[in-house]
Design a protein around this ligand. Structure first.
Ligand code: AMP
Ligand code: MG
Length: 545
């Protein structure tokens, strides 16, 4: 909704819209010799390179009204103009664009693989919006860069629909994330062997307009450290501190330790959020780990349906390295790689200090996750036995195959009078399934008692105060347990239609997920919070994007 006085600031066409004159990244070393794909680029953080526009029949699939309005100062009317789709397709660069691809490396599936970099993404420039916030505007799927290696520089519609919806959904769920503002598709095709089974097929190429304050990753620092480019490593680390961590002083001799600690804790706060929504990133390589603690690079991700800690979203992850319940450990491992990357900037005593911080991270993460789950079941502070209460609930969910999202939501919706094991739960399909567990009655009694303890002070007063407590608890629970998440089956249905050029489901899903905590009649009618269809449980998500 437009606020009064904003009418004049929101841009309706691209000629009025321009990048900030001086993107901060021009202060970092940029390779201007940009024509070829190179496996061994040195001493730069970016390579200057123009997008290769999508050709042939470009269409706008969808856009995020919120991202356009609140980040880019654009009136949604701008999307009705052809130039908007051309902008996302890489054909029309707004005034002031200085396109670059970022050089980074990474550990993939636990192994150092050397240089990766933006092989198919272009940061076009930076935009400082009406709130004074600086955002980097990026196209993904916009052609080969020097970092493309053997790849074609393109992205397919299927995976960009997923990335678009997931980024915006995570934002509205309250998960720190990079954003997606718009998506275009063309008739240009590329070949993908979706499940790497020797069955390549043609798919249409798409470009996603992504937004983030910064696209730096753990791998941005790792590559400089691994190749011994210590001067650039120091320059980039100082740049990151100055631009993104203003509470750390550039004159502080412990600034790199502070930077490390801040990134480590922000990243674990993010993991706790992921666990609380059953979000499985699917490809937690260090090149996909944001230095700002944001969810980055939505590929073979999945929100778990029936709860299973062993849920693996990415069908290429045979060993389950990135399974849902393993995310905290693997992210701590990734943070260990970030620590290694920063070592050349530290004295030996600072290195000892850093290893002490590293040793505290498992416990920090475990506590954050517990805190998240306590909030989900309506408890404000941890008391003795709470950890077991949560563990038992997850065990019962795992053993009964109860739905993760709906179990918590339906627990939030339970009236106090329903909190006895004899009560029929026909309306609450996920709790009904959970209640088939032999320990359900016992767990519910314990949960009820625990809530009573929390309500203790209120109960001493009178019945209406106790009622107030119940209302407040339910409100709290309903505000952290969503009704809607971007389930794989919903995405899949939207993709099937989008591939036939019918974008209504994509747009509807985006719209519903703007208010994930609110029951919406049309979404209910379409079964968005009902038991997923049987085929949903067998869906496989590929990392071929
Ligand atoms: P991702 O799996 O999207 O995080 O990508 C891992 C690395 O492979 C990054 O360096 C990407 O830029 C690169 N990459 C993946 N697909 C392509 C493609 N089609 N063209 C160019 N580079 C790609
Ligand atoms: Mg990536």
């Amino acid at each position: 909704m437009k606020m009064e006085g904003e009418a004049t600031t929101l841009k309706r066409n691209l000629t009025e819209w321009r990048f900030s004159q001086y993107p901060k990244y021009i202060l970092l070393p940029i390779d201007e010799n940009h024509d070829q794909i190179k496996s061994n680029i040195k001493n730069v953080v970016f390579s200057e390179v123009t997008p290769r526009p999508l050709e042939r029949n470009i269409r706008l699939v969808c856009y995020s009204e919120d991202a356009l309005n609140s980040i880019l100062d654009m009136d949604p009317e701008i999307t009705t103009r052809e130039e908007f789709a051309e902008f996302i397709a890489g054909r029309k660069l707004p005034y002031g664009a200085l396109p670059v691809a970022h050089r980074y490396g990474g550990h993939q599936y636990g192994l150092w693989v050397g240089q990766l970099g933006d092989g198919r993404a272009h940061i076009l420039g930076e935009y400082v919006n009406r709130h004074g916030d600086r955002w980097q505007i990026q196209l993904k799927g916009s052609g080969q860069t020097p970092y493309a290696r053997v790849h074609d520089g393109r992205a397919v519609l299927r995976s960009m629909v997923r990335a678009m919806i997931a980024a915006e959904a995570c934002h509205f769920l309250g998960i720190p994330t990079t954003r997606a503002a718009g998506l275009v598709v063309s008739d240009e095709t590329v070949v993908r062997d979706v499940f790497y089974t020797g069955n390549p097929r043609r798919e249409r190429a798409a470009v996603l307009l992504r937004l983030s304050p910064s696209w730096f990753r753990f791998g941005s620092l790792e590559i400089l450290s691994k190749t011994g480019e210590v001067a650039v490593l120091r320059q980039l680390s100082d740049f990151i501190i100055k631009e993104y961590f203003p509470d750390i002083h550039l004159t502080d001799e412990n600034r790199f330790i502070r930077l490390f600690s801040e990134i480590a804790h922000r990243t674990l706060d993010l993991v706790a959020k992921w666990q609380g929504f059953g979000f499985t990133h699917g490809l937690l390589n260090t090149d996909n780990m944001s230095l700002l603690g944001l969810t980055l690079d939505y590929g073979p991700f999945g929100f778990v349906d029936s709860y299973d800690g062993g849920f693996v979203a990415n069908c290429s992850d045979g060993e389950g390295r990135y399974a849902l319940a393993k995310q905290p450990d693997v992210v701590v491992w990734n943070i260990g790689q970030l620590a290694n990357a920063l070592k050349p900037l530290l004295t030996s005593s600072q290195q000892v200090h850093m290893s002490h911080i590293l040793k505290t991270l498992d416990t920090y993460c475990k506590n954050k996750i517990l805190e998240t789950f306590l909030m989900k079941i309506g408890l404000k502070e941890e008391r003795w036995g709470d950890e077991q209460l949560v563990e038992k609930l997850l065990d019962m969910m795992q053993q009964t195959g109860a739905d993760f999202t709906c179990t918590f939501r339906q627990l939030a919706e339970l009236e106090p009078c329903e909190m006895v094991s004899e009560v029929k739960l026909d309306e609450k399909w996920s709790l009904k399934r959970l209640s088939s567990h032999a320990s359900w009655g016992c767990w519910l009694d314990q949960y009820r008692e625990r809530l009573d303890k929390e309500a203790g002070n209120f109960k001493l007063l009178d019945a209406s105060s106790a009622g107030l407590f119940e209302d407040e608890r339910r409100r709290r629970m309903l505000s952290v347990n969503p009704v809607y998440i971007p389930r794989n089956w919903l995405l899949q249905e939207a993709i099937v239609d989008a591939e036939r050029d019918d974008y209504q489901k994509v747009r509807f899903l985006l719209d519903v997920l703007r208010r994930p905590y609110e029951v919406q009649p049309e979404a209910e009618r379409r079964g968005f919070s009902a038991q997923p269809p049987q085929w949903a449980y067998a869906l496989k998500i590929s990392c071929s994007t």
